[in-house]
Design a protein around this ligand. Structure first.
Ligand SMILES: Cc1ncc(COP(=O)(O)O)c(C=O)c1O
Length: 414
């Protein structure tokens, strides 16, 4: 096939992932659902097991050796997150359960106290529900207006709409994903952050789909908050991170209450711990945060630039191959303005049927609205079929996707 990938030694990387020895319906799995969650290398799994077996206790509170080891592992992971996104300080890095929880934290802890009638909350038409619904909810609660930046027919943000949005009131927050999970569009976050700051607004970046696939630098992006998840970059579920500008985090009230986020409690008054603990209530996901750090080491050692280049070649090959299949409509921008995600429709066949037949062939893709229902409305479909790649994806996976789609067409007739 036309796709060649040179920079990553994918065959070698795949030996880190036991899942690729699995047979699905008698066939090796072509895992094309990494945008939903990635597979886990044994380096991360072994490190977590080792941590649980030799360094596990609750963090921060104990003075004994195991607690100190656990705390060092947990805080070491925080430093790895800081370095991964080039944040100025690890006090600005908060561990959460997921990107969703990180975005809810900002919407509640910042939004409820800073928004009101006359203010405008701006999201985009291609936002994941995790960065859409919390803002819609908080806007309703506070009386702020809820506006969105529309997209054009290629799935790119229409920045010409910004002036009109600014006229609707005081723009106080702009919340946008850096990469769309449905279309793969790489969004112009730096421009949006500059515009947000001109309006006196804060810029909230959902990097759940960007951080696994391209280098992230919060200072270069010029944003105020940035959220991402461990499980989309080879780490465990149950761990995510929020980076926020220190002065904003200092001014915010806590999101959850109890445990480590408290400094002192009296019958009439409670005071909060310092950053980042103010936002980490209860026992955190200790081993998962540790595993998150190990996953950051893993993807960093592979190299974000190499991962991005590898996915780009796969996307080019996929888009070229899909263009040859009559009845396939690919959504979103050209390959050079997207990451490793290709969403498409096969005329006359529901995406769930497409995904089911592909599964018979051992090809795992996602079918559905991908938690982007406003985007589905804009595209005029209820669902799409989505293939998404990662550092372990092979050109042969693309071949098998394409062969599977030909089978789907045979099954459903001309
Ligand atoms: C763009 C985007 N934002 C947010 C999320 C939510 O991430 P999580 O489920 O890890 O909270 C996802 C997950 O698919 C996503 O793709």
């Amino acid at each position: 096939m036309a796709v060649t990938t040179q920079r990553l030694d994918v065959e070698r990387l795949r030996t880190d992932f036991a899942v690729f020895d699995e047979l699905v319906n008698g066939k090796p799995v072509a895992y094309l659902d990494s945008a939903a969650s990635t597979q886990k290398p044994r380096q991360v799994l072994d490190a977590m097991r080792e941590f649980y077996e030799h360094s596990y206790a609750n963090v921060h509170r104990g003075v004994y050796t195991l607690a100190e080891r656990a705390t060092a592992g947990y805080e070491g992971a925080r430093e790895k997150v800081r370095a991964f996104v080039n944040a100025p300080s690890n006090r600005e890095v908060i561990f959460t359960r997921s990107a969703t929880e990180a975005l809810n934290l900002v919407a509640y802890a910042w939004g409820l106290d800073n928004l009101g009638p006359g203010d405008v909350v701006v999201v985009t038409e291609l936002e994941h529900h995790a960065n859409f619904v919390p803002w819609q909810f908080v806007a309703k609660k506070t009386g702020a207006e809820f506006a969105h930046i529309p997209i054009d027919d290629l799935g790119e943000l229409r920045l010409d709409a910004l002036d009109g949005i600014a006229k609707r009131g005081n723009v106080k927050v702009v919340a946008n994903n850096l990469v769309s999970n449905t279309l793969g569009t790489i969004n112009p976050v730096e421009k949006l952050a500059a515009w947000a700051h001109e309006q006196g607004a804060v810029m909230v970046v959902d990097a759940a789909q960007a951080a696994p696939h391209r280098p992230i630098d919060v200072q270069a992006l010029g944003c105020d908050f940035l959220a991402f998840s461990s499980h989309k970059l080879c780490g465990p579920t149950g761990a995510g991170a929020l980076w926020g500008r220190r002065e904003l985090l200092e001014d915010m009230q806590p999101f959850n209450l109890g445990g480590e986020m408290i400094r002192s409690v009296a019958l009439d008054r409670t005071t909060w711990n310092e950053l980042p603990y103010k936002f980490e209530a209860g026992t955190p996901a200790i081993a998962e945060a540790y595993g998150f750090g190990c996953a950051l080491d893993y993807v960093s050692a592979v190299g974000l630039d190499a991962i991005e280049a590898h996915e780009h070649e796969l996307v080019v090959g996929t888009m070229d191959a899909l263009a040859e299949i009559p009845g396939v409509r690919v959504f979103g921008p050209p390959a050079d303005r997207r990451t490793g995600i290709v969403s498409f429709d096969l005329e006359g066949v529901h995406p769930h049927d497409v995904a089911q037949i592909l599964n018979w062939e051992g090809v795992a893709v996602r079918a559905g609205h991908h938690c982007t229902q406003p985007l589905m409305t804009r595209l005029g479909v209820a669902a799409t079929t989505r293939a998404s790649f990662y550092l372990y994806s092979l050109p042969e996976d693309v071949d098998r996707l394409v062969a599977g789609l030909r089978k789907v067409k045979e099954t459903f007739g001309p």
